[in-house]
Structure formats: structure tokens, C-alpha cells
Design a protein around this ligand. Structure first.
Ligand code: UGA
Length: 448
């Protein structure tokens, strides 16, 4: 742990805040997690992880047992903290693409009266560039300093990403703009962040110190780039399919180019989740506000290609059945937007299952973790927890989430259960040869 533990508050115990609070306690700091939801706080305080995340339950229990991790709905408890991480959600606004910043501003406003002079507020939420400048006046009025410290954790790998990140980014207010006293505040604040992350910095994690708008932009740009990379590969899959080429081989060959690299090149039914889709829309909306038409158009295209992937696989299934899926039994493997997660927010799997159901197909949906979340939200979908039962009598399979149990499914055993041996591999993750050899008609994305 750090030589001198800090007293830390984490405001907002959603996905990001919960994981960050647990990670900060694991690093040896004294942490209190704050949230407006009684239910959420009661759950966390009792040691129960409110969502599926590998490694979280163990870390949460260990933090509570150590006495270094507490949870409260009372913002006044944050008053003794040296460092406040603001981790509230910034969802897509209803009726527009812009980010909804109401929770962020209200959380900051309730925190203000409890800020000690010399304390630091570190914004972690994903925000449109320019938001930190608006918050900074509020925070500095209380004698505290605002920094921006975006978070890059991935669901399913959140603990590992938090404890060993690729980089730490800290934005501070510019010296020129704020005068000598504020710049002293900035260097003190930067030192506070260095202490918070001392363990990682000692291990050589790169620290990028920059100004507030650049730090905000790093997060938006990183997600915009990742989304663009996926839509780019899906665009290549379209060309490959028409040309009789194979996008999996293409991605492998591209990945050997050091300038491109091998990660995040998987074509398929596209990206979903609580971040990438809403973040590119918010990014485009903000770019438009700033008068930057081309960046907005680029990301609109990325979004369109991505959503098109969902529509295309549904069309392909219909085509397979001669144009209509009415009365056809289709089993969708996976509901979560990605494996090792129970998150179904903007999940391509759910969209595809619902579209098939709307077209008259008898859809069975299975998933090892996410079904409880589907049951509450989409009662029209028929759910089956047992994989074998889900396979039984299916006329066609659509693999939508690449859980290990689907990737490693034995095509011979599966072939004995189903009524029709056709598989649409929406994640290009099955062994095409093995499935074909077992008598299946295999259809990938961007593959022959
Ligand atoms: C994403 C970013 O990867 C994180 O760095 C960021 O911190 C996070 O959003 C956030 O803003 O909070 P996450 O949404 O958890 O993380 O999931 P990813 O692993 O990035 O996957 C997003 C989607 O892209 C999934 O639906 C996945 O199936 C899809 N994907 C990913 C592809 O279709 N192809 C790929 O090659 C990679």
C-alpha cells in the first residue's frame, strides 16, 4: 500500500464508482462510497456486489473487513476526505444525443458545502469537453481544486483495469488562465493524485498530465476511436463478404502491423453497452455544438454502420428461411453486450432477439449471467437458463455474445439437440471447420 494513505470519498456508486472505491481501498486508502440510492448503499455495505463483475465480490468483502471501505448515503460523511472522486453517471439525454449532466452538477453542488479548503475534487465521469471548466468555478469557490481524471476500465475486466491501468491521465487548470494562486492549487492537487495512485506509478504506469479540456477529450476520443475501429472492421467485413474474402484472416494480417496492433479488430454484430454507443453520440453532439461538422459526421457514420450490423444478421436469418421467420424457432445465444458481464444496456443481442420476435419468430434467449436483467425489461422474450434446453428443437442458432460456454460448445453434441443445423456466428468466434465437419451450415460475419 501507499506510504501515507489518503482519506478518499467516491461520489456515485454505479459501475465506475463501486469499482473505483473498491480499488482505492485495495490500494490501502481509507474510502467512503456515497450514493443517493438507499438500496444500492445497503447492498454494498452488506458486502454484496450490485452487478456481475469478476473479482468484485472478493475485493468488496476484503475492503469492508479491513475497515478501510465504508458506504453511506450521507454526503456529510465525505467532509473529512482529502480527495473526492466524482463518479456519477452521464447517460444519454432523453430525446437527444447529448449527455445528461444533471446528476453530475447536482452531485457537485451537494458536495460543495462539505469541501475542506485544500481538498481536491477529481472528476471521473465521461463528459462533453468543456464541462470541467464549468464545474471548476463551483469547486474553486469553496477553496478546493478540480482536476479531471478519466477512467478507462472495461466491464468484465474492471478490477484489473483499475489496479493496473494502461495510463493515468490527470487534467489540471492551466497556469496562465488561473493565476499564481490557482496554479499552486493545481500542483498540490496533482501531488494528491500522485499519492492516490502511488502504487501504480511506482510500477511504471505512465502518467499524462495535461489541461482540463484535453483530459476530458482523452476519454471521449479513446471511446470514439475504439468504436470507429470496430465499425471500420465491420465495413471491411461487408467488402470481404461481397468479394469472397475472409475478415478474420484480414484482421489477423492487419494486426501484425505494429502501427495497427492486434486488439479490438473483431468484426461481428457490433458494439453495445452503457458506454461506447452513448459516448459517440454525445461526442458528435458536442462536436456539432463546437461547429465541428466533420467529426460529428464521422461518428454518425460509425454509429450507423454499427446499428446496421444488427439489422443485417436479422435479414440473413430471414433469408435463410426463404424470406420469412414467422413460426421459426430461433435460439439466440447470449444476451449481455459482451461476455463476463450481465449488462444488457444497448446490447446487440437483445436488439436482434427482439427484432426476430417482432418478425414472428419463436425466439429463445439464453445467457449464463444476464437473464435476470432481461426478464424485468423485456417480458416478450422467452428465456431459458439451461443451454441444452435452449438448443433443443431450435431450427437455427444465432451466437450473439461470445461466452466461453458457447465458443467451446461441441458441434456434434449441439447438433444432436437442435432441429436444424444452421449457426449464425455473430462474433466470428466458433471453429468454422469443426462446425462444418459436424454437418452445420456455418455463417459468420464477413466470412465465406
Ligand atoms: C469501453 C472501453 O473499452 C473502456 O476503455 C471504457 O472505459 C468504457 O467503455 C467506458 O467508457 O466506461 P466496455 O463498454 O466495458 O468498455 O466494453 P468493451 O470491451 O470496450 O466492448 C464494447 C463493445 O464492443 C462490446 O459490445 C464488444 O462486443 C464490442 N467489440 C469489442 C467488438 O465488437 N469488437 C471488438 O474487437 C471489440
Amino acid at each position: 500500500g501507499p506510504t501515507t494513505p489518503l482519506s478518499i470519498s467516491v461520489i456515485g456508486c454505479g459501475y465506475l464508482g463501486t469499482v473505483h472505491a473498491v480499488a482505492m481501498a485495495a490500494l490501502g486508502h481509507d474510502v467512503v462510497g456515497i450514493d443517493v440510492s438507499d438500496e444500492r448503499i445497503a447492498l454494498l455495505a452488506s458486502g454484496e456486489a450490485p452487478f456481475f463483475e469478476p473479482g468484485l465480490p472478493e475485493r468488496l468483502t476484503a475492503g469492508l473487513a479491513s475497515g478501510r471501505l465504508r458506504f453511506s448515503t450521507d454526503i456529510a460523511v465525505a467532509a473529512t476526505a482529502d480527495l473526492h472522486f466524482v463518479c456519477v453517471g452521464t447517460p444519454q439525454s432523453e430525446g437527444s444525443d447529448a449527455a445528461d449532466l444533471r446528476a453530475l452538477f447536482s452531485a457537485t453542488e451537494v458536495l460543495i458545502p462539505h469541501l475542506r479548503p485544500g481538498s481536491v475534487v477529481a472528476g471521473k465521469s465521461t463528459v462533453p469537453v468543456g464541462t470541467a471548466a464549468r464545474l471548476s468555478g463551483l469547486v474553486e469557490g469553496a477553496g478546493a481544486t478540480l482536476v479531471w481524471n478519466p477512467e478507462f476500465l472495461r466491464e468484465g475486466r474492471a478490477i484489473a483495469d483499475s489496479l493496473s491501468p494502461d495510463r493515468i491521465v490527470v487534467g489540471v487548470s492551466a497556469v496562465e488562465e488561473s493565476g499564481p494562486s490557482a496554479s499552486a492549487g493545481s500542483s498540490g492537487a496533482l501531488n494528491m493524485l500522485r499519492r492516490a495512485y502511488a502504487t501504480m506509478l511506482e510500477l511504471g504506469t505512465p502518467l499524462v498530465v495535461t489541461d482540463l479540456p484535453t483530459a476530458e477529450l482523452v476519454k471521449g476520443a479513446a471511446n470514439a476511436y475504439l468504436a470507429t475501429r470496430i465499425s471500420f472492421m465491420n465495413a471491411m467485413a461487408d467488402v470481404a463478404e461481397r468479394a469472397g474474402a475472409d475478415v478474420v484472416g484480414l484482421a489477423e494480417a492487419l494486426g501484425h502491423d505494429e502501427r495497427i496492433g492486434p486488439h479490438y479488430l473483431r468484426a461481428g454484430i457490433g458494439f453495445g453497452g452503457g458506454c461506447l454507443p452513448k459516448d459517440i453520440r454525445a461526442f458528435a453532439a458536442r462536436a456539432t455544438e463546437l461547429g465541428a461538422a466533420a467529426p460529428a459526421a464521422l461518428l454518425a457514420q460509425v454509429d450507423e454502420i454499427n446499428l446496421g450490423q444488427r439489422a443485417r444478421i436479422v435479414e440473413a436469418v430471414a433469408e435463410h428461411f426463404g424470406g420469412s421467420v414467422v413460426g421459426r424457432r430461433v435460439t439466440v445465444l447470449g444476451a449481455a453486450f459482451k461476455p463476463e458481464s450481465d449488462d444488457i444496456r444497448d446490447s446487440p443481442a437483445i436488439d436482434i432477439a427482439r427484432a426476430l420476435h417482432r418478425l414472428g419468430s419463436i425466439v429463445t434467449l439464453t445467457d449464463p449471467a444476464a437473464l435476470p436483467n432481461v426478464a424485468g425489461r423485456y417480458p416478450e422474450l422467452s428465456l431459458e437458463a439451461s443451454l441444452d434446453h435452449a438448443l433443443r428443437d431450435a431450427e437455427c442458432l444465432v451466437l450473439a455474445t461470445e461466452w466461453a460456454e458457447y465458443r467451446l460448445l461441441d458441434p456434434v453434441r449441439a447438433g444432436a439437440l437442435v432441429a436444424g443445423r444452421t449457426v449464425f456466428d455473430g462474433r466470428n468466434c466458433l471453429d468454422r471447420e469443426a462446425w462444418s465437419a459436424a454437418g452445420w451450415k456455418y455463417r459468420g460475419i464477413g466470412r465465406r
